[in-house]
Design a protein around this ligand. Sequence first.
Ligand code: WTA
Length: 632
Amino acid sequence: MNPRIKSMAEYEAAYQQSVEQPEQFWAAMAHEFTWKKKWDKTLSWNFNEFDVKWFEGGQLNITENCLDRHLETRGDQTAIIWEPNDPTHTVRTLTYRELHREVCKAANMLKAQGVQKGDRVCIYLPMVPEAAVIMLACARIGAIHSIVFAGFSAQSLTDRLTDAECKIVITADGAFRGAKAIGLKEIVDEALLTSPTVTRVVVLQHTMTPVTMVEGRDIWWHEAVSTCSDVCEATVMDAEDMLFILYTSGSTGKPKGVVHTTAGYMVWAWYTFNNVFQYDPGDIYWCTADVGWITGHSYIVYGPLLSGATTLMFEGVPTYPDAGRFWQVIDKHKVNIFYTAPTAIRSLMAQGDEFVYPYSLESLKTLGSVGEPINEEAWQWYFDNVGKGKCWIVDTWWQTETGGIMISPLAHITPTKPTFATLPLPGVQLMLVDANGNELEGNNVEGNLCVKFPWPGMLRTTYGDHERCRMNYFATYSNLYFTGDGCRRDYDGYYRIIGRVDDVINVSGHRMGTAEVENAINEHPHVIESAVVGFPHPIKGQGIYAYVICDHMPDHADQRKREILEVVSKQIGPIAKPDKIQFVAGLPKTRSGKIMRRILRKIAEGETGNLGDTSTLLDPSVVESIKNGALS
Ligand code: WTA
């Protein structure tokens, strides 16, 4: 079977084969790659205990497939184009050959710093080519990368360093974000005060922000690599060896470290990238995500490089120096495929069409959307003003846990419908269930979205806590992976994602656990208790609404709100700051002490009329007082 689908008929045939003969189907795909040893067993699985293995017994190194494999055929082709934050600064490009060399050097550097196969390496970097280089350098020597988005606070960094017992942190002096330079090294310094496992910090010079180097612990990147050879043999990895950990928020507790392994993730990132975007040789592809999120992992670095593509990395923000920056970059680099998030589309749409008009955007042929539901207005604006009515929009649904895209149109193949992620990719066997886990068959149904069969890119565990992983994803419904999303299947069998049905909110495409934000708010010395819910936000998709009980009603509410925002920024990062804070005297609780979030959600949505049944509340009068407070 040809890995690249070219028509709806081929899609249907591929889908059918992937369901009827999944092992043969994925074995054929995996044969596209360089293996050091072929696998013995294509798939073994058990969802109840959650044990999934793909390509067991196979041995390989993913970087040989991202880099070495391409040297002969496209060694001089550009692998990475880097567009800096400041449009007047110099663009950097790396060919496959140059990237290969840089990765080997960095891999030798890691070894020289004592990193060994299986060690966890934390990466806390801005969007610079070195972020991709060091990811691949880890993979080259079998170290496991754990990237932490450089907008997270010192406390969040500490939590992640400690959970994964990282030995080393790779960071930079600072990061440029629009008109600002943010000191990253100082955040790392603060995090390391309470992260005992870290003994080494490698610091990339980037913003020239002054930093303090701790003797015996800290070393400059450029000094550390200066003596390293650019030859580094790839370490032999088992198909199921860990490739990376990526922390993501769930409905309870602290973020968990989603684990992806080598071969299955590789096949999935490559297969989905090729088929969804229909990448053709020579295309310039740009995904605006940050490498700190799964989209950056799979669709800036691994998917494109496995496919021999040219991938653009952008350091800046969509509104600097003005709201035309994305469009300027597209024209400057003749971008053919552009992949971004609905929040970015909505915020640029709000700035006015005059920022788009100066640019021709004629190189574009495919537009992607990811991370949150895209509303019809944004979809249409994207289609008309960015795509000029001639580009395909691929609305791609997936998750950190799925490793890659699961439901999406195939560009220029699958007929699209605004706000619909359309159809599952080959290998993705979906099931909609009701609250009791009964399958909702047929079309025109709405329920909880589950997957009933393993796909190569799925998570394998959460780091250090397999039982939590099993409970989280496989215990809600027997024998099913539960996504946490609600979903509709329409008359045509097309899928439309409605949003999270658990206690996760999606703010600007960033996942946030309500419990996580509550715990942060509760760190304020005068806060007794809090409850956080999401509410519809015109730009961010969802905003964060916090109901807060203090030891006594604050006299200076605005001051107290500012303090709470600061505490949240410090505990998690600015992205978790509530949009609205309401001080309340009590929270609506059932007699068993459970907060009735349904009521809080309705009030946050501005729906104060019909709040449904409140008779089970311990003190129904609380609701009246919250309602009145929300209105005031
Ligand atoms: C949401 C991001 C609607 C969904 C790749 C999911 C989407 C969560 C879409 C995962 C989409 C992602 N339409 N909702 N096209 N893509 N989501 O782990 O709620 O950061 O569960 O992965 O984002 O977020 P995560």
